[in-house]
Design a protein around this ligand. Structure first.
Ligand code: SAM
Length: 163
């Protein structure tokens, strides 16, 4: 789906074939059907959203309830993927390269939000902190990096690693 190109914005022709594939592991349900209604960035006190995990991935939720916060990665499926120069304010004045922005329009339209985990309900998570459209595909879930401690032994290259 291609959004309107603003004056001075620049697109490129992406390569014909992708370098990797991914699986949508679930779907995110939010209160927002239209892009203009979505927050630009989620807030931890935002509305409750429901993340449904598809079979066979529900087993991968084991242990997740131990975390108060998670990092959610999702596929901003209604973005154009060919923009390299963007004019976020649509004012024809200030332009930014795509990698200098958190815009949803990017070659691999991956969105990342830190969320508060409210509840685990079977194969679904109730969270606060998202900013995506209803129906957005889920691509990954990780424990918040500040709460997480590695479960595997430290490596030599880690700060307190063992040789
Ligand atoms: N928090 C994420 C990040 O920083 O990576 C995403 C930020 S992005 C600025 C959020 C905006 O993307 C929303 O306000 C909405 O305009 C747009 N958006 C949300 N869901 C989308 C979807 N499924 N496809 C395309 N655009 C979407």
């Amino acid at each position: 789906m291609h959004s309107r190109l603003r004056s001075g914005e620049r697109t490129v022709t992406p390569p014909e074939t992708p370098d990797a594939g991914l699986w949508f592991i679930g779907r995110i349900h939010t209160p927002w059907a239209m892009r203009e209604d979505c927050p630009r960035q989620g807030r931890l006190d935002g509305p409750e959203c429901r993340i449904e995990i598809f079979a066979p991935w529900a087993a991968a939720l084991e242990g997740i309830g131990a975390y108060g916060h998670l990092e959610i990665l999702y596929w901003l499926d209604r973005s154009r993927r060919d923009l390299v120069r963007q004019n976020p304010k649509d004012d024809g004045q200030r332009f930014f390269g795509t990698f200098a922005l958190r815009s949803p329009q990017r070659p691999n339209p991956i969105g990342i939000s830190k969320v508060r985990l409210v509840a685990v309900e079977g194969a679904a998570l109730i969270v606060r902190g998202l900013d995506c459209l209803d129906g957005t595909p889920l691509i990954d879930i990780k424990p918040d990096r500040c709460e997480f401690t590695p479960k595997a032994p430290a490596k030599a290259a880690d700060p307190h690693g063992q040789g």
